[in-house]
Write a protein that binds this ligand. Sequence first.
Ligand code: MRU
Length: 351
Amino acid sequence: MIKTIYWTSNNKVRLIDQTRLPLEEVAIDCCNHHEVADAIKTMKIRGAPAIGVAAAFGVALVAVKSRASNTNELVREIDEAAEILSSTRPTAVNLFWALKRMTEVARAGSHLSVARLKSVLKDEALAIADEEREMSQAIGRHGAKLIADGDSVLTHCNAGALATVSYGTALALIRAAHAGGKRIHVYVDETRPLLQGARLTAWELTREGIPMTLICDNMAGFFMSRGLVQKVVVGADRIAPNGDVANKIGTYSVAVLAKENDIPFYVAAPVSTVDLSIEGGQDIPIEERLPGEVCEIRGRRIAPEGISVANPAFDVTPARYVTGIITDRGVVYPPYEETLSGILGKARSKT
Ligand code: MRU
């Protein structure tokens, strides 16, 4: 089993350095929240649910290592760390969701002793990681029912164990269908510019013997038009209450191609990815990353010097292209304004 990120017995955060996969399988330890923030920013850890767990662990590191003499001081340190962690990547809402949960727990525990609050915060981060693991399993169970024996499924980016604590979201249902004995084949988009599909999804699937074919992003339409893809399943970094979905750049193009070819397009994500504080996809901040990621491949220049380069890391797929959203609480279908709020429960507080 892939263990993407976990808390060690000597109070460190251990994570697989995803920038080195698939060539090297190396785990690194983060000893403080600055190291966690750096790991998120440099994408040693990436994928919306994994980023959320990393941020919660970053806050827990502050708590267990704090020398605060009173609880107010500890809460202040937690708030400062949350601020630093929240500035790492803007699109995945799980980051802000986890930080909000940790800072709220800190504030609610301000009447406790310093020692007690430290352990409450560590337990909360561990609970977030456990819940994330369970949500992946539940997504797998619900989503596998949508996969028929013999299906070829296309996926984009990496929404696997490496993007969560283990098991994944889009890959969770592929894993569950495969484990349930369904013959399944996966078309893996390479996912330029950072190649999460080629480097990470291909690594995960081959480790488990799930049949797959790696394709360049611009080949997806070719395979769809030839009737070789029966379903598309992707993850999400943020889902608006109206069903608009932000995910890795290129997802929108895949969704449009799927609709053109009458192929169901599913999004798999835990409910912590739904952002009730916004109205639609237009409100989702899109991360712009450095141009070097586009005009270099693994440090080697592939384009002329001095040119203009754009590098949005995500795009928004309008809800009208989304056949269904597979959550840990079940699969929802349009109209998402009703079905998403139904599944989340009207009482859930806004993020
Ligand atoms: O830039 P990344 O690699 O963090 O982007 C990841 C994605 O777009 C994933 O599809 C998304 O976070 C869902 S992961 C379960």
